[in-house]
Design a protein around this ligand. Structure first.
Ligand code: NAD
Ligand code: LMR
Length: 329
């Protein structure tokens, strides 16, 4: 065995936790020659349920599962980890927007950002808990104040990317693997802009293949923006299997070199690229070198329509940031 990867999962007894843990332990994410150590964080009342989940992990007899730590202390959970998947937080219910959760969930990410800086040396963090971009900004601000580089923090928009790719594949009648270069711009919210104009199907621009601009600019965007709410309406619970899957896709994309010419979407600390204000966790197309570094894809052409959408979601993120200004370091 080459190495052991330590992964912290917060909210491990929750829905997404239940869907993500067996897949992390199976070897499918880090490779079949890499051991995995799982550090599971929960609030104290959920520790008993978490013990049940751990029993099930034991019963899977995963050969690569090195050890499991369960705790209600963030600094114990984050001790020496390579990845932190920050999922633990309240999900929205029917009729709510994700931003409505900010006052309740935001404070969780203050202590976790601080604990991350103290306990973990060379860590990558993915924030899944909603509202993911702004929660991520809170955690980043505290970790960065204690010396953690900002580029270690990502807010999850991979589920939106996957949803957009699936919609385009269905519309074009192609396999989803044919759809590449899918950029999600902005917030993981109903203002996000899934960018069909720069996406490709079989290497060709999506507008050339689908040729139905009204659909691309209206129904497609709305379906992706509202997909989380549609799942909640249908299931009575927010997405979990697809969210867990997207988080794992994100980890794999960061850990591997991005295929030539392609990109993936992630909410990262904005650096002024594309005129977006600095200091927001804003989803953009990024490429990874597979060695721990990533960069924003530069130079994409944006129509006036796209620029308007990109601005609207930026404005929403600015508004969210102002609501939690007192939680930032
Ligand atoms: P859930 O209610 O099933 O599980 C959440 C778990 O988090 C619970 O077990 C709870 O005890 C735990 N928790 C709460 N506060 C915690 C804390 N301070 N530390 C550790 N654990 C804590 O919810 P879920 O369906 O697993 O969703 C979790 C979050 O992920 C929600 O905020 C949801 O909106 C979000 N989500 C985001 C995306 C995305 O694409 N970014 C997708 C799906 C869900
Ligand atoms: C999703 O997109 O499915 C999640 O963010 C859950 C939600 O509240 O929509």
């Amino acid at each position: 065995m080459a190495r052991t990867v330590k992964v912290a999962i917060t909210g491990a007894a929750g829905q997404i936790g239940y869907a993500i843990l067996p897949r992390l332990a199976s070897g499918e994410v880090f490779g079949h020659d890499v051991r995995v150590s799982l550090h599971l964080l929960e609030i104290t009342p959920a520790l008993k349920a978490l013990e049940g989940v751990v029993m099930e992990l034991d019963d899977c007899a995963f050969p690569l599962l090195d050890d499991i730590v369960i705790t209600d202390q963030a600094d114990v959970a984050f001790d020496g980890i390579n990845w932190g998947l920050l999922i633990g937080s309240k999900p929205r219910g029917p009729g709510m927007e994700r931003g409505d959760l900010i006052k309740e969930n935001g404070p969780i990410f203050v202590g976790q950002g601080q604990a991350m800086a103290k306990a973990a040396e060379d860590v990558r963090v993915l924030v899944v808990g909603n509202p993911a971009n702004t929660n991520c900004l809170i955690a980043l601000s505290h970790a960065h104040a204690a010396g953690v580089p900002r580029d270690r923090f990502h807010a999850m928009t991979r589920l939106d990317q996957n949803r957009a790719q699936a919609q385009l594949a269905q519309k074009a009648g192609v396999k989803v693997a044919e759809v590449t270069n899918m950029a999600i711009w902005g917030n993981h919210s109903a203002t996000q802009y899934p960018d069909a104009e720069n996406a490709r199907i079989g290497g060709r621009p999506v507008p050339d293949v689908i040729g139905h601009m009204a659909w691309l600019r209206e129904e497609f965007i709305q379906v992706v923006q509202q997909r989380g709410a549609a799942v909640i309406d249908a299931r009575g619970l927010s997405s979990a299997a697809s969210a867990a899957n997207a988080a794992l896709d994100h980890v794999v994309s960061v850990e591997s070199a991005t295929p030539e010419g392609d990109w993936f979407s992630s909410g990262v600390y904005s650096d002024g690229s594309y005129g977006i204000e600095e200091g927001l966790m804003y989803s953009v197309p990024v490429r990874s070198d597979g060695q721990g570094s990533w960069e924003v894809v530069q130079g994409l052409e944006l129509s006036d329509f796209a620029r308007e959408k990109i601005k609207a979601t930026e404005d929403e993120l600015k508004e969210e940031r102002s609501v939690i200004a007192d939680l930032l370091a």
